[in-house]
Design a protein around this ligand. Structure first.
Ligand code: C2E
Ligand code: CA
Ligand code: CA
Ligand code: CA
Length: 285
């Protein structure tokens, strides 16, 4: 039996009880969603501000509910976390994102060095099997570890910092990259950041959105972004700006020396085939 077995059983019993109470129709639906192949991944491009090229895709889960249509992840990821379904869901996401990456790297010449960002939930980090699952998935699909970036939020890491640091170091040892998601919204201390083997910070979109226009708020937003960039430099990590929606933001980020950008200005998350035609098969300008 694995170390996390006891916890998982407790979660499972709790969720079975709740299902028996039939209070959460959505929970029952989600339970079968993976098996019924209702889950899909959308992909949002991440561009290099230096070259303008798409260097990576962030995989974002969507649930095509037979009645409710496309359910966004903030609606079902929490539900999955609370009911223990996140284990199966997270493993599916990792497998599907890696499979798609392998296909693109093999079939599309322009995607030969494409990288993939995958979101990892707190539960997956605590589970004790993440390192093995990641290694097995990369091996199965023949993707080099350095092409996979796992995105974790600050709160995930703060919760059990010592354990998280251990898991991250084990992933780093295998060459997997670690990105700190929604940076600036959590409570991570500088000492924690120094101890974690991070490759990049993703500036939360609330700060990027605050960069525009001539208002006092905009000055503050730009100042926060500037400060995060300086911090990142001192830590020796790269920076991705999330939620870039205007040309003004993009120009300001480039001027400040931000490394990568992601947001609706470039593209919303897209189904795999649309991502491929729009960003991988496009002629270079
Ligand atoms: P996130 O990891 O911060 O992902 C970025 C979210 O911002 C995505 O929402 C994306 O569609 C949205 N976004 C991208 N560009 C813009 C922009 O320019 N403006 C605005 N306003 N929004 C933008 P989405 O796909 O609804 O995902 C929400 C959250 O759900 C994600 O936030 C992530 O925390 C979680 N999530 C999504 N897929 C997964 C998954 O496979 N596993 C786990 N554990 N969490 C996931
Ligand atoms: Ca598989
Ligand atoms: Ca993310
Ligand atoms: Ca984020």
């Amino acid at each position: 039996a694995k170390a996390g077995g006891g916890t998982r059983c407790a979660v499972f019993d709790g969720s079975m009880h709740r299902a028996a109470m039939a209070r959460l129709g959505l929970e029952t639906d989600l339970r079968g969603a993976v098996a019924r192949e209702e889950l899909t991944l959308y992909f949002q491009p991440i561009v290099s501000l230096e070259t303008g090229n798409v260097v990576a895709a962030e995989a974002l889960a969507r649930w095509s509910h037979p009645i409710h249509g496309k359910v966004p992840p903030d609606k079902f990821i929490t539900l999955a976390e609370d009911t223990g379904l996140i284990g199966a869901l997270g493993t599916w996401v990792l497998d599907e994102a890696t499979r798609q990456l392998a296909e693109w790297r093999k079939d599309v010449p322009q995607a030969a060095r494409l990288e993939m960002n995958v979101n990892v939930s707190p539960w997956q980090l605590r589970d004790g099997e993440l390192v093995e699952t990641v290694a097995a998935t990369l091996g199965e699909h023949g993707v080099p570890a350095a092409a996979l970036k796992l995105e974790l939020t600050e709160s995930t890491l703060v919760e059990d910092a010592a354990r998280a640091a251990g898991v991250l170091r084990a992933l780093k040892k295998r060459d997997v990259q670690i990105y700190l998601d929604d940076f600036g919204t959590g409570y991570s201390s500088l000492s924690l950041l120094h101890r974690l083997p991070l490759d990049a910070l993703k500036i939360d979109r609330s700060f990027v959105g605050g960069m525009d226009g001539g208002t006092t708020g905009a000055v503050k937003g730009a100042e926060i972004v500037r400060t995060i960039l300086a911090l990142a430099r001192s830590l020796g990590v790269r920076v991705v700006a999330e939620g870039v929606e205007t040309h003004e933001q993009l120009a300001a980020l480039r001027a400040l020396g931000c490394d990568y950008a992601q947001g609706y200005l470039i593209s919303p998350p897209l189904p795999a085939d649309e991502f491929e035609t729009s960003f991988l098969r496009r002629e270079p300008p």
